[in-house]
Ligand binder design. Structure first.
Ligand code: HEM
Length: 298
């Protein structure tokens, strides 16, 4: 909040204005009920404002608060205690959900009522103007402080929500990083296993039936190649790149192709080989569709 001194200076609120307001005190005290009644009537005829009050007693309580506030307007004491009092009003309105536009309208009604009082009390038009300028300044200062403190309070509550949201997001990010790292490690381990598989198949080329073992080793190499692609995808995802589902579908495709190769070499039943070929076909179509979508997005 800006200092009270600065706010008063912005409105050119002088000692003379203070004296004018003190002068008006007796007349305003006499008409306070009329002023509060005008605000009361506006609340009663404005549905959204009426709804703020759970019952009549709360409305009566607030009308009394407005009465006290109005009398203090002409007290001539505009010190830090008064400043804190206005700040509290803004904070309270924020906590009970009285939006600033209600206060703006209510104070507009108060200003109009003050003009009525001045018309009743002061005959000379030029005199009235002098009084009204002082009233205008103090009401605008009130509006400025109350609404500024309302906004400040609202920002505070938002920033708490923002802090909580930020913390949750950061927690989620850390969790995701840890999971991705574990995944990369698991992939490295699995790739190690595939390398072993490859090595064993290649070794068997020299020790067993050459054409059968060449095909099996080829299948293992294919899997190794896809595993490397999988690690690369995960690493680029960790560095902030896009996630490629096609690589995972690729793993399924290559594994099934390897199975077809092995089944053919082992002369498995035609139904089994047929089912494997159908699987390759279905996974192949899915792979093609996913890959195409990924390329279109790029
Ligand atoms: C002339 C304009 C107004 C003034 C000077 C004013 C003043 C006040 C004050 C002094 C308080 C008590 C603050 C505290 O507890 O520290 C208050 C509370 C409240 N005001 Fe206003 N008010 C005004 C307009 C309104 C309007 C237009 C509404 C509703 C449409 C409203 C609704 C309330 C409510 C619901 C409370 C909380 C009451 C409680 O729970 O104790 N006020 N107001």
């Amino acid at each position: 909040m800006r200092p009270f001194k600065e706010i008063k200076a912005n409105y050119h609120f002088t000692k003379e204005d203070e004296e004018i307001l003190i002068e008006l005190k007796p007349a305003m005290e006499k008409r306070v009920d009329r002023v509060v009644e005008a605000v009361h009537q506006w609340i009663n005829t404005t549905e959204s404002a009426r709804k703020i009050f759970k019952d009549e007693s709360l409305k009566l309580h607030v009308m009394n608060l407005i009465k006290d506030w109005f009398i203090r307007l002409f007290s001539g004491k505009y010190d830090n205690t008064y400043y804190d009092y206005l700040i509290r009003i803004g904070q309270k309105h924020e906590s009970v959900g009285v939006e600033p536009h209600y206060l703006i309208r209510a104070l507009n009604i108060v200003k109009n009522s003050c003009i009525d009082v001045l018309c009743d009390e002061i005959e000379l038009c030029s005199e009235r103007e002098r009084y009204f300028i002082a009233i205008n300044k103090i009401i605008d200062i009130n509006l400025d402080i109350i609404n500024s403190s309302y906004i400040e309070e609202e920002i505070k509550s938002y920033s708490i929500a923002y802090i909580a949201r930020g913390k949750i997001l950061r927690l989620g990010e850390i969790f995701s990083q840890i999971t991705s790292t574990v995944l990369v490690m698991a992939l490295i381990l699995l790739t190690g296993a595939v390398i072993y598989l490859c090595g064993r198949d290649i070794y068997q080329i020299f020790t067993g039936k050459i054409e059968q073992n060449v095909i099996t080793a080829l299948g293992s190499v294919l899997i190794l190649w896809v595993m490397l692609e999988l690690i690369n995808t995960e690493l680029s995802h960790l560095r902030g790149g896009k996630f490629k589902i096609s690589v995972f579908v690729g793993v399924a495709l290559v594994t099934t192709i390897r199975e077809v190769m092995i089944a053919t070499l082992k002369h498995d039943s035609i139904e089994f080989i047929g089912a494997l070929v159908a699987s390759v076909l279905v996974i192949g179509i899915i792979f093609w569709l996913v890959k195409k979508t990924e390329e279109d997005r790029r």
